[in-house]
Ligand binder design. Structure first.
Ligand code: NAD
Length: 487
């Protein structure tokens, strides 16, 4: 086997191998990681196949029993160390994230800060996980519910939040006492490598964390999901791939958590603070070039404030600076790939072809990289499939409604149910509408949702289970009930 290699990426050393059983290793095959800002190659990483995936699972299985019984305090210490090390590497991780995902550096720093916060939060919770105790109904024995780790877990992350998704999943799994096989997204393996390098240096035992990069994800899941030793899959990505993986997991009854696509309805009622709603909508829509599962997807405006909102929103959208993530003052980076950019252009064409009014942007930006103008559409005819699909692009679709009931009905008229947003000055109205929205999360007068203490996740085609918060840790724990006779 070739020796383990690193590359210097913007002056930072990044491991290029897979991380198996506590060591970086090579596979003899490589694939290129591209910078979506200019199409150049950032580095070439080891390409893992089924053989390496099974080696990763072997290591996770071997480490499971030992890791499970590491005392909570000791496990928490490892998390604290990882948190400190992460902070020391903030610059390296943020730079690498910009290069391979294209996001503006300020956003990469924001993602880094939140991800590190997850590690600190998990560290604080590890010693506070508990079960329940009850008298039995007929008497004579006690009902004790404890929790134990589900077992070796397969974690699949997308490219759009490469650090956050890895930290949120691996943190919860490891906090619960599960060992892990983490599969990076092929667009962003370097961020995952830096994250895992931190865990290695923090002293997580060999086998507890394994990292596989691959150019053929299906081959990896085909190798792992039928293996009876695998006990959990936690996936974040598109609904289509999630459904495929659930089908494969069903054959082996693998415990499954799915964080899938969204169709974020962003509802602004007639009594809203319009300036606040505009500000939050701009962030919620254009952050990460619109490539976020919780992005505002359908901006639903009450007719009384629609004109004012639209005028101010368009003015803000036109001011956004599009460019390379390292350039000062850039708000919107590139789309992740050329193919995705072509999809976005076609989508805008479909909207305009159906009578939508183009209020800003609308075109791919010529030159290097996969940039697209921040785009605003006023949509009158909602009777098309693309009005209920995830745009995943810097494209805002604005709709007008006449009543609150109509806003709720349109917000719920989708197969997704991840995040919704609601702007109103009336708290009881906020509660009443939130309760009627078929989603897992509602941002009330705010457009950003993620927090370590929050149970993040969706309903309907947006997924199963939650990430973050105590719920996120319990996703990796199974309750076990003990009936204890008491004389
Ligand atoms: P994707 O489904 O194409 O890929 C996600 C991950 O799955 C990647 O690592 C990919 O390599 C892997 N993958 C693809 N096919 C696979 C297979 N057969 N077996 C195993 N792994 C496979 O999604 P994407 O385009 O990378 O990400 C965008 C999607 O992710 C959007 O739909 C977005 O809404 C969703 N997302 C959801 C959340 C959430 O928390 N709900 C967060 C971020 C992104």
């Amino acid at each position: 086997m070739a020796e383990h290699t690193t590359a210097s990426v913007r002056g930072h050393d990044v491991p290029l191998g897979l991380y198996l059983d506590g060591r970086w290793s090579e596979t003899g095959r490589r694939f290129a990681v591209l910078n979506p800002g200019d199409g150049t190659t950032v580095a070439e990483v080891a390409d893992g196949g089924p053989h390496e995936a099974v080696r990763a699972l072997d290591a996770a299985v071997a480490a499971q029993e030992g890791w499970r019984f590491v005392a909570p305090r000791e496990r928490a210490e490892l998390f604290h160390r990882a948190y400190t090390l992460l902070r020391d590497r903030a610059d390296a991780i943020a730079d690498v994230m910009v290069l391979e995902s294209g996001k503006p550096r300020a956003e990469a720093v924001g993602e880094f800060t939140l991800s590190a916060g997850f590690f600190r939060w998990y560290a604080e919770q590890i010693a506070h996980l508990h079960g329940t105790f009850a008298d039995s109904s007929p008497g004579g024995y006690r009902v004790v519910t404890t929790h134990q780790p589900v077992g070796p877990s397969f974690l699949i992350t997308p490219w759009n939040f490469p650090l956050l998704m890895a930290a949120r999943k691996a943190g919860a799994a490891l906090a619960a006492g599960c060992t892990t096989v983490l599969k990076s997204a092929k667009e962003t393996p370097l961020t995952a490598a830096l994250f895992v390098d931190v865990l290695h240096e923090a002293g997580f035992p060999a086998g507890t964390v394994n990292l596989v990069h691959t150019s053929d994800s299906a081959a990896i899941s085909d190798a792992l999901l039928p293996d009876p030793r695998l006990r959990k899959i936690s996936f974040t990505g598109s609904t289509g791939v999630g459904a495929t993986l659930l089908g494969k997991a069903a054959g082996n009854i693998v415990n499954s958590s799915m964080e899938l696509g969204g169709d974020g309805p962003f509802v602004v009622l007639d009594d809203a603070d319009v300036d606040l709603a505009v500000r939050e909508a701009v962030t919620c829509k254009f952050r990460n070039a619109g490539q976020a599962c919780v992005a505002a997807n359908r901006i639903i405006l009450h007719r009384d404030i629609a004109d004012e909102f639209t005028r101010k929103f368009v003015a803000q959208a036109e001011k956004l600076r599009v460019g390379d993530g390292f350039d000062e003052g850039v708000d919107v980076g590139p789309i992740i790939t050329e193919a995705q950019r072509e999809r976005v252009a076609e989508l805008v064409g479909a909207f305009v072809g159906s009578g939508a009014e183009l209020l800003a942007g609308g075109r791919a930006i010529p030159g290097k990289g996969y940039f697209f103008e921040p785009t605003v559409l006023r949509v009158r005819d909602r009777d098309h499939d693309f009005c209920r699909e995830e745009l995943f692009a810097p494209v805002a679709a604005l709709y007008t409604v006449d009543t609150v009931a109509e806003a709720i009905a349109f917000a719920n008229d989708t197969r997704y149910g991840l995040a919704a947003y609601l702007f109103t000055r009336d708290l009881s109205r906020a509660f009443a509408v939130s309760e009627r929205l078929d989603v897992g999360m509602v941002g009330i007068n705010r457009g950003i949702m993620a927090d370590p203490a929050a149970a993040f996740g969706g309903v309907k085609a947006s997924g199963l289970g939650r990430e973050g918060g105590h719920d996120g840790i319990y996703e990796f724990l199974e309750p076990k009930y003990l009936a204890v006779t008491v004389d």
